[in-house]
Design a protein around this ligand. Structure first.
Ligand code: MN
Length: 502
C-alpha cells in the first residue's frame, strides 16, 4: 500500500520530469492541482487499498511520459474530483480557469461512454468516433487514455465481472483509439493488460508456447546487436540499437491468422531489432550496412514507411533479413524523432507547441519532438481519418433511412449512446429508445434541466424522458418538429389510438 510519503516522492519525481521536457511548465499550477486533488479525495481509497489520490497522480505520471502540456497534467489531477470526489466545477474554474475545467468536463463526458454488452463492429466504430467527437480537444483523449492505462494496471483489485467488462472495453474502444492516434506503445500496453482478462486461456497458452521462441530470438538479437554496433560505428553512423519484444496480444492475433496457423517459425518479428539514428540519411546508410552484413529475405523485402508513411503517421524502414545461424529477423530503422512519434504519436506535438511558446530554439526541439511540418501532416491525417468514418457511417445510414442527415450522438442517463440525425428532439429520442416510450412522454430533461419537447438536441447531451404513469395518445403538433421516420411513424400510429383505454 502506498503511504503519503511514497506519494509525495512520486509527485516530486513528476515535477522533475516535467521540468526536463518542458522548461516553461507552470509548477505552481501543478502544486495547486495536487493539493486540490488530495483534498477532494480525502478519506477515499481505491480497491487496491491505496489512497484515491494515487490514481490521478499515476495518471499524471503516465501523461508526463507522453510529454504533454501543463493543462493536461493539471486535468489529470482533477479528472475524478467532481465525479468521485467532493469538488465542484466552479472551484476548478476559480482555481485553474475555464480551459482546465473544460478538459475535466471532456474527460467526464467521455467516461460516460460505456460498453454495455458485446456490440457489433459498426457500433464499436461509432463509439470510437463518438469518443473523438465528444472529446473535442484531443488532450481529453490523452488524459482519458492515461486514466484507462492506470486503471488497467490496477484492474486485479476489481471483482471478476467488472474486470471482464472494463478489459473488453479497453480492447475494443481504447486500444484501437490509441492506434488510430499513432500512440503505438500505449496500444500495445493496453492490449496486453486486457488480454488476460478477456481471453484468460488463450493468454496462458501464448505465455507458455512463446517462451522458448522469445528466448531463442533474444539470443540471436544479442549477437546481431554486437556485430552491427561495431560496423555502424566504423562507418560513422551514430545509432542506438535496441531489441523490442512483440506484445503478446499482437503475437496471438498474428498466430491466429489463416496463413500462419500457430506456426511460430513464420513469425519473424517476435523480437525485432531497432536502429535509431540521428537523421534520415543515416537511416538509409544503416539499411545498406544491414543488408551487407545479413542477406535480405527474398520476396519479404523492404518496406519503406519513411518515404511512404502509414496513415497514422508512422515512419520507419522495415527489412527482414537472415540473421546469425540463418534465423529470419526483422530490423526496423528510424530516426529518434520518428521513434518518439511512433510511441507517443501526436502527444509529442503538444510538447512541441508548449516549448515553442516558451522560446526554446527549434534545433533543440527537433531532437526530441516532432517538427512543425510533420505536425500539420499529422493533423491532416487525423481529419482525413475522421472524414472517412463519417462517410462510411453516413452511407450506411442513408441506405436505411434519414438519408444524408448529419448525425448527433446523445446519451441516456445510464450512458447508452443513441445516434440521431441533426435537429432531433426529445420526441425523436424517445421513439428511438423504444417505439412505445413516445406514448408516455410527459416532459424531457437535458443534462438535468427541463427542456421543451421541440428542443434541438446536441452531441453529448444526456437526455432523460419524464414519463406519465399511463400511455396517452400522441400529439399531432409534434409532427411539426420531429425529424426521424420512427418518431413520425409512432406519432401517426398512436394519434387516434382509441383501442387502448387511456
Ligand atoms: Mn480516473
Amino acid at each position: 500500500m502506498l503511504s503519503g510519503t511514497d506519494m509525495e516522492e512520486k509527485f516530486n519525481e513528476l515535477k522533475l520530469r516535467l521540468k526536463e521536457y518542458n522548461p516553461s511548465v507552470d509548477l505552481r499550477s501543478i502544486d495547486k492541482a495536487w493539493e486540490f486533488c488530495k483534498i477532494a479525495h480525502t478519506g477515499q481509497n481505491r480497491l487496491t487499498g491505496d489512497p484515491y489520490a494515487s490514481h490521478p497522480l499515476f495518471s499524471a505520471l503516465i501523461l508526463s511520459e507522453w510529454k504533454v502540456d501543463t493543462d493536461s497534467i493539471v486535468a489529470a489531477f482533477l479528472h475524478d474530483t467532481i465525479e468521485d470526489g467532493g469538488a465542484k466545477r466552479e472551484d476548478i474554474v476559480k482555481d485553474f480557469g475555464e480551459d482546465v475545467a473544460a478538459l475535466v468536463d471532456g474527460v467526464t463526458k467521455v467516461s460516460d461512454i460505456r460498453l454495455k454488452q458485446e456490440k457489433k463492429d459498426e457500433t464499436l466504430e461509432n463509439l470510437r468516433k463518438l469518443l473523438l467527437v465528444m472529446a473535442k480537444d484531443l488532450r481529453v483523449v490523452l488524459v482519458k487514455l492515461a486514466d484507462r492505462l492506470h486503471n488497467m494496471r490496477t484492474l486485479y483489485a476489481l471483482p471478476e465481472d467488472k474486470q471482464k467488462l472494463i478489459a473488453r472495453e479497453t480492447l475494443e474502444i481504447y486500444a484501437p483509439l490509441a492506434e488510430r492516434l499513432g500512440i503505438g506503445e500505449v496500444k500495445g500496453q493496453l492490449e496486453d493488460l486486457a488480454f488476460r482478462y478477456v481471453y484468460p486461456q488463450e493468454y496462458e497458452k501464448i505465455l507458455k508456447d512463446s517462451e522458448t521462441y522469445y528466448e531463442k530470438s533474444e539470443e540471436v538479437i544479442k549477437k546481431m546487436k554486437k556485430q552491427l554496433g561495431r560496423i555502424l560505428k566504423k562507418n560513422n553512423v551514430q545509432a542506438k540499437i535496441h531489441a523490442r519484444k512483440k506484445h503478446y496480444y499482437s503475437l496471438w492475433k498474428k498466430l491466429e491468422r489463416k496463413e500462419i496457423q500457430w506456426d511460430f517459425t513464420q513469425i519473424h518479428d517476435i523480437v525485432a531489432l531497432r536502429i535509431i539514428t540521428k537523421d534520415v540519411s543515416d537511416c538509409y546508410l544503416a539499411l545498406g550496412i544491414v543488408h551487407k552484413l545479413y542477406k535480405p529475405i527474398p520476396h519479404l523485402g523492404v518496406s519503406d514507411f519513411i518515404a511512404q508513411p502509414k496513415p497514422n503517421g508512422y515512419q520507419s524502414i522495415h527489412t527482414k533479413v537472415f540473421g546469425p545461424e540463418g534465423k529470419p529477423v526483422e530490423v526496423q530503422i528510424r530516426t529518434q524523432k520518428m521513434h518518439e512519434q511512433a510511441d507517443y504519436g501526436f502527444a509529442a506535438h503538444w510538447a512541441y507547441s508548449e516549448a515553442k511558446k516558451s522560446g526554446v530554439k527549434d534545433e533543440k526541439l527537433e531532437k526530441g519532438v516532432i517538427s512543425d511540418k510533420k505536425k500539420i501532416e499529422w493533423a491532416r491525417e487525423l481529419i482525413r481519418w475522421q472524414e472517412q468514418i463519417t462517410d462510411k457511417d453516413e452511407f450506411k445510414k442513408a441506405v436505411k433511412f434519414d438519408a444524408l442527415a448529419h448525425r448527433i450522438y446523445v446519451f441516456t442517463p445510464k450512458g447508452d449512446v443513441y445516434d440521431l440525425p441533426a435537429d432531433a428532439t426529445p420526441i425523436d429520442f424517445a421513439f428511438a429508445v423504444h417505439t412505445d416510450l413516445g406514448r408516455y412522454i410527459k416532459g424531457a430533461k437535458v443534462d438535468g434541466k427541463i427542456v421543451a419537447l421541440d428542443h434541438k438536441l446536441k452531441s453529448g447531451d444526456i437526455v432523460q424522458i419524464l414519463k406519465n404513469k399511463k400511455a396517452k395518445p400522441t400529439n399531432r403538433d409534434w409532427l411539426g418538429f420531429v425529424v426521424t421516420h420512427s418518431a413520425k411513424r409512432g406519432i401517426w400510429k398512436y394519434l387516434n389510438d382509441k383501442k387502448n383505454n387511456y
